[in-house]
Design a protein around this ligand. Structure first.
Ligand SMILES: [Zn+2]
Length: 292
């Protein structure tokens, strides 16, 4: 079985991206895993601090490990957007494969210093763990919003190189036109997020010379299909999708309740939620992995 680091190295070499999908519960995990397994591509499952609080960090780790072991399948777990050293260390101790330390809301010098502290602390728990740091600002909400968050700040190759050199992170999450959450206009599909592909390529080159190989695209929901493909080619190693799955989950639950108004067995109500998520994940994975 390959490690996450080996999976990322392979994806980077082939200039494809590993799909990262968030879960709060089992219907989502089942839908995501069915999509990945159907295509035979590796998967990263993400749990934010809120999602970890609901599932439990150790339970999330046990669930993902159970799939990896039972199906001998490359499925890994990431502590998405950890905002403190304590939360990052807790996830490392629970057996996560990747930790994201997100201090991007702080001034750059504090972000660098505190991210470096987290890198040291997390590596002391698990030297092989993959660690991601964040720069720039792309909003924080994985919800449907009326307007784009204020203060979006794009990253430059110079600050990206300085950040990875000073912190020692394995993966960089820059701001390149991506945004967390979905706008109302994106739900209907009339508007898509557009990425700054030349900026992605320039940041990739700059961090490479500073010894950092991998990059993550956050806030993938609602992005134009061709931009996903171009982003992977330009050097994005991981692509995150969350809001779209939350929307599909809600619609699926509503559909399940409508179809079976007198049913009380959750496992009979929730399949449309899992299936809605499976369809989106399959569609996204084909783009990320260049399968069509
Ligand atoms: Zn994110």
């Amino acid at each position: 079985m390959k490690t996450l680091r080996e999976v990322l190295t392979d994806a980077d070499t082939r200039r494809v991206a590993v799909g990262h999908f968030n879960i709060s519960e089992l219907a989502a995990l089942n839908g995501i895993f069915a999509a990945g397994r159907g295509l035979g591509v590796p998967l990263l499952i993400g749990v934010s601090e809120g999602e970890r609080e609901f599932i439990g960090a150790r339970r999330a780790a046990a669930l993902v490990k159970s799939l990896r072991d039972e199906y001998d399948y490359p499925v890994f777990l990431n502590a998405d957007h950890s905002h403190s050293l304590e939360k990052a260390v807790e996830a490392a101790q629970a057996g996560f494969d990747e930790i994201i330390i997100d201090l991007s809301a702080k001034p750059m010098d504090e972000n660098i210093k505190e991210t470096a502290d987290v890198v040291r602390a997390v590596r002391a728990v698990n030297p092989g763990i993959v660690i991601e740091g964040e720069i720039g600002y792309i909003g924080t909400s994985s919800e449907v919003m009326m307007d784009a968050p204020a203060g979006i700040a794009l990253s430059t190759p110079e600050e990206a190189a300085a950040f990875v050199a000073a912190t020692g992170v394995d993966v960089l999450a820059p701001a390149v036109g991506n945004m967390h959450g979905l706008l109302k206009t994106m739900v209907s599909g009339e508007v898509h997020k557009r990425l700054d592909i030349p900026r992605i390529a320039a940041i990739k080159a700059a961090i490479g010379t500073a010894g950092c190989r991998f990059m993550t695209l956050h806030g993938g929901s609602g992005t134009a299909d061709e931009d996903f493909v171009a982003a992977a080619k330009a050097g994005m190693t991981i692509i995150h999708v969350s809001s779209e799955l939350r929307l599909a989950w809600r619609r699926g639950v509503e559909e399940g309740l409508r179809a079976l108004p007198d049913e009380i067995a959750p496992y009979k109500i929730l399949p449309p939620a899992a299936e809605g998520i499976r369809k989106i994940v399959e569609d996204r994975l084909k783009l990320f992995n260049n399968l069509r």
